[in-house]
Design a protein around this ligand. Structure first.
Ligand code: CTP
Ligand code: MG
Length: 186
């Protein structure tokens, strides 16, 4: 049982920089859109007003910062974890966060977010329109791909992270909507 909880927690731990990168633009974004207001050849916006330069940098900055803080916390977490489960080499590997891994996760998350918006505009969805799979999994999938050259966690963590992301993205969006930070609950 502790092993299962530990797997979920470790997946969360590993994905945290990507999550933070994906969620901080809602708070710190705004201003000039990345596409500069330009249209694609289909006559629709390239990315839309929802993707701003400030949001992009905020995401990468706070995601990387999160990973840096995590890397300092590892020595404190290890003894606690050791009380509950057998800390294997694989667990140590997942736990061992550093700024470079966090940077790649954050850049990947933001890239996934942009690709998602690009595809949404191509199928004619306005900014803020719902696109369940793209909105929820796009950022984490690309984050995992971008970080892969530097860090390859076992499939069980990838699976746990995808499931957790599906669930919490829904919860956080609903929360953002209720707090008045987002226009729509998706
Ligand atoms: N945001 C930002 N810059 C980014 C990403 C997000 O400023 N690179 C801010 C915008 O204010 C955006 C909000 O965060 O409206 C919510 O982000 P998201 O849901 O990703 O964008 P949407 O507005 O839903 O636009 P899209 O349909 O393109 O996903
Ligand atoms: Mg959205």
């Amino acid at each position: 049982m502790y092993e299962l909880i530990a797997t979920v927690e470790l997946a969360l731990w590993f994905g945290l920089p990507a999550w933070i990168a994906n969620s901080t633009p809602v708070v710190f974004g705004g201003g000039r859109p990345i596409d500069g207001g330009k249209l694609f050849r289909d006559g629709r916006r390239i990315l839309g007003d929802g993707k701003t330069i400030r949001g992009l940098f905020a995401g990468v900055f706070f995601g990387t910062l999160t990973g840096l803080v995590q890397s300092f916390l590892v020595p404190c977490i290890l003894p606690v974890l050791d009380d509950y489960i057998t800390v294997t080499g694989e667990i140590l590997y997942v736990l061992d966060m550093n700024w470079a891994v966090a940077l790649l996760l954050s850049v990947g998350a933001m890239l996934g977010d942009l690709v998602g918006s690009f595809l949404k505009r191509r199928i004619g969805l306005v900014s803020g329109g719902p696109s369940p799979v793209l909105d929820q999994l796009g950022f984490i999938l690309i984050a995992l791909i971008v970080v892969y050259p530097l860090k390859q966690v076992q499939p069980v963590y990838v699976l746990a992270l995808l499931l957790l992301t599906l669930f919490t993205h829904w919860v956080s969006n609903a929360l953002g909507y209720l707090l008045g930070l987002k226009k729509n609950p998706w």
